[in-house]
Write a protein that binds this ligand. Sequence first.
Ligand SMILES: Cc1cc2nc3c(=O)[nH]c(=O)nc-3n(C[C@H](O)[C@H](O)[C@H](O)COP(=O)(O)OP(=O)(O)OC[C@H]3O[C@@H](n4cnc5c(N)ncnc54)[C@H](O)[C@@H]3O)c2cc1C
Length: 486
Amino acid sequence: MPQNQEMPEMNAYLWYCHDLAITYPDTITWPGEDQFVAEQQDYFSRQQSELSPACFYRPFDELQLSYAVARVKIHPLCPIAVKGGGHASFAGASNTAKGITIVLRHFDQVTPSADKRTVRVGAGNRWRNVYQELERFNLTVTGGRTGSVGVGGFTLGGGISFFSGLYGLSCDNVANYRAILANGSILDVNRNSQPELYWALRGGGSNFAIVTHFEMYAIPHAYMWGGTRNYTKQWIPRLIDFYVESGFLASSQPSASQITTLYYRDGEYTATVDLFNVNPEPSDMLFNTTLPQVPYTSDTLAITRQSQLAESNYLGQPDGLRQTYWTATYLLDQALAHFIHQVFEEETAALGPLDDLEARCIMQIFANNTLQAMTKNGGNALPIAGGEQPVIILNPAFRWQQASDDLKILQANQNLFTRVKHYARERALNVDYLYMPYASEFQNVLETYGPKNLDRLRQVASTYDPEGFFQTQTPGYFKLNGRVGW
Ligand SMILES: Cc1cc2nc3c(=O)[nH]c(=O)nc-3n(C[C@H](O)[C@H](O)[C@H](O)COP(=O)(O)OP(=O)(O)OC[C@H]3O[C@@H](n4cnc5c(N)ncnc54)[C@H](O)[C@@H]3O)c2cc1C
């Protein structure tokens, strides 16, 4: 076991690791061990994998997790990170160089209830595992569209699913959260037992508890329709028109959805449109637009299973590269959507073809049906819940190789964000809200929930975590005081 005689903080980290290792052997992995290296590499972004905690703690059950949370108070100099599926893109979100990282990977149960109305989903699962398990019962849940994404961070921040048009976000489809509070107690959180905490966990992120299991409403489901169409640069303006049209039509067929993505790779621009219908047939709504007239180079559209779509989405988004994700929200508007395209091209052209750069401008929509579904069961914590106008959820997502290119790429994203915000504000199209799962570390997500919701979230935090453990000792993600980082 490593020793450190010099730094008091480092000693605090090591004492805490030793404390856990003695109490629960086989839960700790130390720097230098193969399992430590494997855990460290098992993140989506290289920025997260570059961090080396004093140890990884991998509890097997709620008691072991609750012990760790209760004991960390005795080691106040030791911050902790919590890793669900490790898909947050920025350094420190779910790993740390200044403390220990608790890994939820052993919370990997996927258990349908006896009446098949709900499914108990362990918070350490990746969605691919959830779908594969549930397909044996012809069931599914409102999970992620990429198989490698984790259940925990996704669901606590919102969670856009193939089913969001019908049922809202993932967080709107949790009947009960099994949660470990800052004092180590283990609690069932549902609308009846703890209504305020239940509301806060629906989109308020990791500010209140560590969730061990999400009991989600089950959806009877076998096959769906979907895939990707590929386009050359010249058709992008027509695709932007389709994107806007589809947002205004979406409520007419809530089972269908689309994602329009602009790409910049090797100095070239291309685009894709992902089309989905959770029913096993092509979507009338999506084809009742200009889309059928836009020539494409290839497509993968087919009747398929959710697990297969989630797996093919994963193949395009491998782990191990440098990454940045950003987000913004606007009222859906055609001129604005074309302006986003223009600014994306200008900012990426200015970067040039950096080593292995792939810049994506991912354009999604929360249509009225999705916004309305966010209000069920007492509503969620997002300020846009119940809205009556469709909104653009913009998600610039860049990946690249060299750390020396970090600043240039972050600056390009900041420029894109600032320029489009300015345009949107001038035309009264701006919506302050930022979608947490896509936000960068430079974006103050919770402030955009608005004073009413933010005050209510702070009240919940002071009730369930009066000493502010989740605000100070788990500092790596979006906090209620606006801070992100260590
Ligand atoms: C390739 C890719 C595809 C994506 N696809 C989608 C999509 O289809 N829809 C969508 O909405 N989003 C999507 N996202 C965004 C995704 O939802 C976020 O990255 C999310 O944070 C991932 O969750 P995670 O558990 O894997 O991440 P982590 O990095 O492990 O966690 C993110 C944050 O949540 C905290 N956390 C995680 N689990 C828990 C828990 N159980 N209790 C308390 N805190 C916890 C962590 O401490 C961390 O701060 C995608 C992201 C990527 C990279």
